[in-house]
Design a protein around this ligand. Structure first.
Ligand code: PLP
Length: 360
């Protein structure tokens, strides 16, 4: 078996221990004589899986009792619609646009109400986080929306916006469980799990209970009404059992590693190795304003398309894969999620250094 260092933005690297455990349990989950993929979502065994997963994420994130944890399908993109459908009482919302995902969420919200852009970093290709200390947020806005870590552009909100008392909704898809957060600062936190937490096809939404309402507009599909899912413990219909199981294993792994404080320490250490190199290199340059750099997604470029392509090809030959930047940005991007070991980042930097010396 030969495993590569996988820098994919998502679906992305998962902890090897977790993959091995899933493989070992594939034919016979917990003495049941069947795979987790073959059993009823209403079985006692699966009930234990989802309950344990919920408790573990509650422990990891220190989620207060007045927040529900929902395991939903449709990806983060479906929450772009679910958020306005469930929260737009006044039909007004304020969006901070820091990249493609926030832009898509805003476009979706506009279908349901008066969603306005109150800040943007589009003027500089989303390479920074705008000042959000004093935004013109309408008094009657139902919520303020951010994409907390911008997977494509590699920026991260280091400080949450001043919402002026409004509810904050945050898409944390690419920084989920990468560091401790104060859940009380948010009305809704949601993320597709396929970047930092598990396999694709599951989105976890953590929602303050009072925001889960029955009186949503009639047109809201039953499946997209958070109350439907909350009242049924995320089992209104058949959920993504496999992904919930896998996330549960990752939660246990995170606990064993020392939880989110330890993840933050490791993620800062790993990111520093890469950013320090980028800051010293004459060939490779980071594309993000320093104070806004993500710990998870690190885009970088050379000044030549040809060199970029050569670097990506040679890196791949050396077992450093999925380094091509997003199609809208070009260049390279290294996603260094929780499960990327420090050795992987060190290997990448060593290879970049070697490539730079050979090609200057
Ligand atoms: C920050 C962010 N939000 C939303 C999405 C969309 O997620 P999904 O594919 O689960 O809909 C992605 C990535 O794919 C993302 O990086």
């Amino acid at each position: 078996m030969s495993r590569v260092y996988n820098f994919s933005a998502g679906p992305a690297v998962l902890p090897e221990e977790v993959l091995k455990q899933a493989a070992a349990e594939m034919l016979d989950f917990n003495g049941s004589g069947m795979s987790i993929n073959e059993m009823s979502h209403r079985s006692k065994a699966f009930d234990n899986v989802i309950q344990t997963a919920e408790q573990d994420i509650r422990d990891l994130m220190n989620i207060p009792d007045n927040y529900k944890v929902l395991f939903l399908q449709g990806g983060a993109s479906q929450q772009f619609a679910a958020v306005p459908m469930n929260l737009m009482q006044n039909k007004k919302a304020a969006y901070i646009v820091t990249g493609q995902w926030a832009k898509k969420a805003l476009a979706e919200a506009k279908k349901y109400g008066d969603a306005i852009e109150v800040a943007s970093s589009a003027d500089k290709t989303f390479s920074y986080i705008p000042d959000c200390s004093d935004l013109a947020i309408p008094e009657d806005a139902d919520y303020v929306y951010i994409c907390e870590n911008n997977t494509i552009y590699g920026t991260k909100f280091k400080k949450l916006p001043n919402t002026k008392g409004h509810i904050l909704v945050s898409d944390v898809s690419s920084c989920f469980l990468s560091e401790p957060v104060n859940v009380n600062d948010y009305g809704v936190i949601y993320g597709g799990v396929q970047k930092n937490v598990g396999p694709a096809g599951l989105v976890i939404s953590i929602i303050r209970e009072d925001l889960i309402r029955d009186d949503v507009p009639d047109f809201v599909p039953t499946m997209l009404k958070w109350k439907t899912q909350a009242d049924n413990g995320s089992l209104y219909n058949t959920p993504n059992c496999w992904a919930i199981y896998m996330c549960g294993l990752v939660f246990k792994w995170l606990k064993e590693q020392g939880g989110l404080t330890e993840m933050k320490r490791r993620n800062e250490e790993k990111a520093k190795i890469l950013y320090d190199y980028l800051d010293s290199s004459k060939m490779f340059k980071g594309t993000v304003r320093k104070e806004d750099r993500s710990l998870m997604n690190v885009p970088f470029v050379t000044d030549s398309e040809e060199l970029n392509a050569k670097f990506i090809a040679q890196a791949t030959e050396n077992g450093l894969v999925s380094l091509k930047g997003h199609r809208t940005v070009g260049g390279m991007r290294a996603s260094i999620y929780n499960a990327m070991p420090k050795e992987g980042v060190q290997k990448l930097v060593d290879f970049m250094d070697k490539f730079e010396k050979e090609n200057n």
